[in-house]
Design a binder for this molecule. Structure first.
Ligand code: B3K
Ligand code: ZN
Length: 865
């Protein structure tokens, strides 16, 4: 397959003003009749070339004439016409049941549904399947009434009827122009939860949530979240919903989280269904976030969409930023910010360090589905956030207003967005645009100097972006870098004559910058990168004492957390590299500072919980040049053990202090459960009898999934004997509930045990396991490959082989999911030479496969280069 390049963009040869579609649904032979009004775009005499894949062409009618002089192959239908305006009617047949790629029209557990983004519409009909062709759609659906009482598509229902043969039909009309990737169709027998929302201008919007039969009670949180998101977008961005109906359908078989189809979102049921017993606090949180995300797309994505797929971050980076702000406003801002940063440090930095490194606006793509990445989404959101920081909240809002005023109803580029931000505020963003084209993680090296005789302190910032697999040379970026200086008492030093100090921010635009302050009595402590104001790595040689001081006194809660993480990281790396001569002063200083954090538990429990958690293996991995798997892993475990045992009394008190009543998903209770489960995970490393009593009591008395799963995870982590037996009980109780069973599978897959490779095949042959179900595949294969450090990276290569064997099977069923789960194998660059060789060997095996999907070809070939 050949890569498409961003620089090759050409306007479409034809435009479509209106689309009329008729679906005759049938499990194996669905007939689709598509009639479009075309017009030639510009002066040319090229034929009409439509995209189409895995569909059978029945007939083509041009302006009421049946034609046969067209050309059709496995990817395109070419119509030789010279007309400027014409009507084309194409009839195709598709097989939804056989479609296991879950792209196009497919069958999910008894219901029909569609997924068209990015290029799935061409699996339904021949079309100009690109985001810059916008049209109005009328859609009529015919299906058996008894089996499919609900027939849904975008927009408003305008007509319906009944046939004598048991079928019925419904006609939908979407009044908004949209690209084909936002098309959706759903047909099935669902339970329906309804509600309504009154917009700020007084329009009433019907809200409809369609879920599996019997799951109605699990839909309330999603509906409540939707209403919060609708109100939030009005308050913060002045954006109101634009149709009279908003539908959300939950399906069990879905490649990702959810899809923002106009007026008809389709969701992975994981991000819709929740009740206290079966869903954790994290599940409740994620539902609110994803419901918000898809809703916010209605403006950032649907009303203003992308000109081409290289611009994906235009809608995704911006919408992730919006959902992050929403979540922060709904709960603890600092806790949310920490979560965002962890994703960047664990996954995005890893992507930048791998062969898949790409800018947030990629230059070259073979399979578009491979570019729904943490870089495009989460680093993209960081780039938007930096503009928010540089422009201020008011400036950013002005920029957004101008963006909508200019581009509503159009398909535009990232440059158009930045230009609107610049024009609305007069702030020069020309250098800032490099963030869109340059990949890699910049490193900001900070050094300082203090002259006691003059009282002058100078802080010097140097920036450098190391080369990435896709780009050798890098330029200096425009980096908003927030910081402050703390005096010996931990008080922030203010000096209005130093603009950077006044603003608490320096804008780095060159390789080196410095800031000086005079009149100081002692050398201050710099507290750096407040609120993670840019997606960079910072290098400054803090003393342990300085880190402790930031932990206690920094005015920025994020910086306090970050300092705690630096202290833990230091201890862990120290132990990993010098296990026989640990730096005792460092460990004492860490225990001392952390001991002090317990006092925060009452006043700021969310921050306390984050500060009492040590960095993940993934985060630690990105702090070193070469990952020493066993040494790093065991060092992390040892430091946890040390914290668990040295502070055991504090953990017990903390555990006992978190008293919560009957389950409710509300901030105070969530914080308490979080602290309680965190304490338990430390307690299991101390007194075994005591821990096992606490754990048993918690598991058997829990009225909610957060506490049940917390107990199970603690038992797993502490390798308590009763773990296996609790897992059996858990499975018995939950085998009917797919979403809970996913958690059970995941727990098994990331267990640390020497026979893990022998146990994985048992999971795969479990009667509830299925290759067709992405959630299941992710919970076994994904959990293992991403998080089972010792198992996946077993030095005999068995973990890598296991993944590769499985991917070769998944390749022909669901390439999109396969290409996602392969990620850990593509990140071989940071491992030791032996592991690198083993990982590359498996990649080469995959590359050798005869019928490899485009998705895997792109990832594997890049990784082997
Ligand atoms: N826009 C969709 C993602 C589509 C992924 C296609 N492989 C969901 C979202 O980001 O909201
Ligand atoms: Zn999105």
């Amino acid at each position: 397959p050949i890569a498409k390049k961003r620089s090759d963009y050409q306007q479409p040869d034809f435009l479509i003003s209106h689309v009329d579609m008729v679906f005759h649904l049938d499990i194996q032979k669905t007939r689709v009749i598509t009639t479009c009004q075309f017009s030639r775009n510009g002066e040319h005499n090229r034929p009409l070339v439509l995209d189409g894949e895995s569909i059978t062409l029945i007939k083509v009618v041009l302006n009421d004439n049946l034609i046969s002089d067209y050309d059709v192959n496995s990817e395109q239908l070419t119509i030789p016409t010279t007309e400027d305006e014409f009507t084309l009617c194409v009839e195709t047949v598709i097989n939804p049941e056989a479609n296991k790629t879950l792209e196009g029209l497919y069958f999910s557990a008894g219901a029909y549904c569609t997924q068209c983004e990015a290029e799935g519409f061409r699996k339904i009909t021949y079309f100009l399947d690109r985001p810059d062709v916008l049209a109005k759609y009328d859609v009529t659906i015919y299906a058996d009434k008894a089996r499919y009482p609900h027939l849904l598509s975008n927009g408003n229902q305008i007509d319906k009827g009944q046939l004598d043969d048991g079928r019925h039909w419904v006609k939908w009309q979407d009044p908004f122009n949209k690209p084909s990737y936002l098309f959706a169709l759903v047909a099935g027998d669902f339970d329906l939860l309804t509600d309504n929302f009154m917009t700020q201008s007084g329009r009433n919007v019907a809200l409809e949530l369609y879920v599996d039969k019997g799951a109605l009670d699990k839909g309330h949180h999603a509906i409540a979240s939707l209403k919060k998101a609708m109100a939030w977008d009005e308050q913060v961005f002045g954006l109101e919903y634009d149709l009279d109906i908003y539908m959300v359908v939950a399906v069990d078989f879905f490649n990702m989280g959810a899809m923002e189809n106009k007026g008809l979102n389709v969701f992975n049921s994981k991000f819709v269904l929740a009740d206290a017993e079966s869903a954790t606090d994290d599940d409740f949180f994620n539902i609110e976030a994803v419901i918000g995300h898809e809703y916010f797309h209605n403006w950032t994505g649907n009303r203003v969409t992308c000109r081409d797929w290289f611009q994906l971050s235009l809608k995704e980076g911006l919408t992730v930023f919006r959902d992050q702000q929403f979540s922060a406003d709904m709960s603890s801002p600092v806790f949310n910010r920490i979560k965002n940063v962890q994703i960047i440090r664990e996954h995005q930095f890893a992507e930048d360090a791998s062969a898949m490194a790409h800018p947030i606006r990629p230059e070259e793509v073979i399979e578009m589905n491979n570019f729904y990445t943490v870089t495009v989404y989460d680093k993209g959101a960081e780039v938007i956030r930096m503009m928010h920081t540089l422009l201020g909240a008011d400036g950013f809002r002005k920029g957004m207003d101008l963006y909508f005023a200019r581009f509503d109803g159009q398909a535009v580029t990232c440059d158009d967005f930045v230009q609107a931000m610049q024009d609305a505020t007069g702030i020069d963003l020309s250098q800032f645009r490099l963030w869109y084209s340059q990949s890699g993680t910049p490193k900001v090296t900070v050094s300082d100097e203090f002259d006691l005789s003059t009282g002058r302190y100078t802080l010097t910032f140097g920036q450098m972006t190391p080369p990435t697999a896709d780009q050798k040379t890098k330029q200096a970026l425009h980096i908003p870098f927030r910081f402050e200086l703390l005096d010996e008492q931990g008080v922030a030093i203010s000096d209005d004559s130093v603009p950077e100090l006044k603003a608490k921010m320096i804008e780095l635009t060159q390789d080196v910058h410095s800031v000086s302050v005079s009149g100081l009595n002692a050398k201050p402590t710099p507290s750096l990168l407040h609120n993670f104001s840019a997606p960079v790595k910072v290098d400054y040689a803090y003393t342990h004492q300085q880190l402790s001081s930031i932990i206690l006194y920094s005015g920025d809660e994020f910086a306090r957390w970050d300092a705690s993480q630096s202290l833990y990281s230091r201890c862990i790396h120290n132990l990993a590299t010098a296990p026989d001569s640990p730096d005792n002063a460092l460990f004492d200083s860490m225990l001392d500072s952390i001991g002090g954090v317990f006092a925060l538990a009452d006043t700021n429990p969310a921050l306390a919980a984050a500060m009492l958690s040590i960095p993940s293996f993934e985060t630690l991995s990105q702090q070193v040049d070469e990952i020493q798997v066993e040494a790093l892993y065991h060092a992390q475990r040892s430091v946890r053990h040390l914290i668990a045992t040295a502070l055991s009394d504090k953990w017990l008190t903390l555990y006992n202090n978190q008293v919560v009543g009957a389950y409710q998903y509300k901030a105070d209770d969530v914080d308490k459960r979080r602290l309680r489960n965190l304490s338990l995970s430390y307690l299991v490393q101390g007194d075994a009898t005591q821990a096992s009593e606490l754990l048993h009591a918690q598991f058997s008395q829990a009225d909610n999934m957060t506490d049940s799963l917390g107990a199970l995870k603690a038992a797993q982590y502490g390798k308590l004997e009763q773990f296996d037996q609790l897992m059996v009980q858990f499975e018995e109780r939950w085998r009917h509930d797919p979403l809970v069973l996913d958690k059970w599978f995941a727990l098994h897959a990331n267990m640390e045990r020497s026979d893990i490779l022998a146990r994985l095949p048992l999971l795969l042959s479990h009667e509830k396991f299925s290759l067709d179900n992405p959630n299941r595949v992710r919970s076994v294969l994904g959990s293992f490959a991403f998080y089972n450090v010792l198992g996946f990276h077993a030095i005999d290569g068995s973990g890598y082989k296991f993944l590769a064997d499985y991917l070769l099977k998944l390749n022909s069923v669901n390439p999109q999911v396969a290409a996602r789960v392969i990620t850990p194998l593509t990140q071989w660059q940071k491992f030791d030479p032996k592991r690198q060789e083993l990982m590359r060997y498996q990649l080469a095996r995959i590359a050798d496969c005869k019928e490899l999907s485009k998705d895997l070809i792109e990832k594997v070939s890049k990784s082997l280069n």
